[in-house]
Design a protein around this ligand. Structure first.
Ligand SMILES: [Zn+2]
Length: 96
């Protein structure tokens, strides 16, 4: 079972810093498209060592790619599903 975590602290700050890179991602994708290379949003994350499964936030995205998946509640605080692909770090884990 994946861990349920509140969307606060490190998760929230990772999410916000990924949001700040949105325009960088858009420019990168435009350039890669022009060069005929893979240029999806996932490709951007991979190229920068960020986890594409959770958009670098460490919390798993919904199937639709919009919003994050909730797994339950802690009182009235929603708990989200920790991204299993990166262990909640938001970075690609490379096997060593
Ligand atoms: Zn992840």
């Amino acid at each position: 079972m994946p861990r349920g975590i509140p969307f606060t602290g490190e998760y929230l700050s990772r999410y916000l810093s990924a949001q700040k890179r949105w325009s960088e991602a858009r420019d990168w994708r435009a350039k890669e498209t022009e060069a005929g290379r893979p240029s999806t949003h996932g490709d951007f994350f991979r190229a920068h060592g960020l986890c594409p499964a959770c958009a670098a936030a460490g919390i798993r995205l919904n199937e639709s790619g919009v919003g994050f998946r909730t797994v339950g509640w802690n009182g009235n605080l929603p708990l989200y599903e920790e991204c299993e692909a990166c262990g909640g770090t938001g970075k690609i884990i490379t096997p060593s």
